[in-house]
Design a protein around this ligand. Sequence first.
Ligand SMILES: Cc1ncc(COP(=O)(O)O)c(C=O)c1O
Length: 505
Amino acid sequence: MRWKLDLRETGARPKYQCLVDFIADAIRTGQLQPGERIPSVAELARRLKVNKLTVVRAFRELETRQLLSSQVGRGSFVAGADQGPQTDGAVQEAGPVPPDIGQLVRRLRNSHVSGLVQLLALEPRAPAINLRASVPPEDSVSAALLQERCGQVCREHGQALLRYAHYGFGPLREGLAAWLAQRGYTVSADEILITNGSQQALALVATWARDGGRTVFCETPTYIGIPRMFTQSGHQVESVAWDGPELALGPVAAAARSRPGLVYCCPEFHNPTGQCLGEATRQALVQLTAHSDTVVVVDDIFRDLRFEGDEPPSLYQTLAPGRRILVGSFSKSFAPGLRVGFLAADRPLIEDLAALKRWSDLGGPSLVQAVMLSLLTDGYAQHLEKIRAHYRVRRDAVVAALEEHMPPGVTWTLPKGSFHLWVRMPAGHSAVELYLRGLEGGVAVQPGPAHDVDGRFLNCFRLGYAWASPAEIGQGVQTLAGVVRALLEKGPAEPSATGLGLPLY
Ligand SMILES: Cc1ncc(COP(=O)(O)O)c(C=O)c1O
């Protein structure tokens, strides 16, 4: 059979999917016969000028559909014949297929963190002091304001709100470009896509990266929705450790010599530590984008929430054009329920992402996007001033309470913006147990393993101070300090019991 297939221009359709269709079609029409040997992954990748991962994904899907079968050491064959052709005429026994260890490890990682996410849905028994939330307090935006702006945008934009806006409501793309210009970014309106929150922006990036066979590196600890989403999109995510304010980029630099990469980071007031990325890492990322096929995703979701210190230029601005993606959102600086986020990149990268966006949802709701535009032009800057002061007072209250109540050996970060910080107990003490004991005392925190795809950071927890009043913060931290003291007295946990350092309940 002639393997004549051009996978260079497949538009929004993933390359591996086109290859699946091509092979499935060849089997259906008899060009490929049962038992016939398929060229190897490396051979096919070379002939079709695609990444090997693309071929591996296609083979996996064809195996799931029982159109191909693989035999270790012999290759892949069209299914439907008991055995592929023998090289020496001898009949060989097809041995048991060995387990795919990668798949099993991935399943273990997933189940570990999913179980923890279920545990986190527990409600406190006593009236709760919420030191867990990492979203703005709901009363920071009045319903009356939203109602007024909805009326206003309907009068102003009328029928324009009723049309599809595949890449986002046009005037918001313009307004956002102007707002970003005031914040030091140079991004034009047609380099911006409005998305349903930054989560959708990142999901589009994940699809794009998968089709390009990029290895994904994600900072850790991190907002767990990032590695989970990349994993869900078929990536095997590699973790890059936060080490103080810097990222340990060694493995990224090593990989960059031989394969295309994608690095995700949240450089300002990182979730969960509240730290900003150090200068050395910023410079290293600039060099990586300048000298290798590495694309850096800059998640600037917390950048508008600085309440102290000078603001550095956005990391996005300093990276090599064409190898940078900016992700933003109004979820943390205004309200998550509006689901207004965005994605910006240089051309032609933004065009690839736009094609994915268009065919994934045909566009977001223009009405809400018009409301966000109205706020951006009038009200958002004042809202930021008010909310930054709210967070600053609470950051001071948390730090004062930690200093007063926590036993020696416990340390924490000191954020200059946003609404969370990261507390570290001595190694061997379980923040999952702290979480459960805290709930009994009426305080909720976010245990560290919820911030890592591999469930590490057992002795750490995130304190979110957006929702509680300064008095509640004082009381909540005092309660937690009592639990921490009890954990320290008990001594390090036996981690083998459950993997989470928990006694078996
Ligand atoms: C760092 C970070 N990025 C992105 C998101 C996704 O937010 P959204 O989709 O609401 O914009 C979150 C949510 O918590 C986050 O913490």
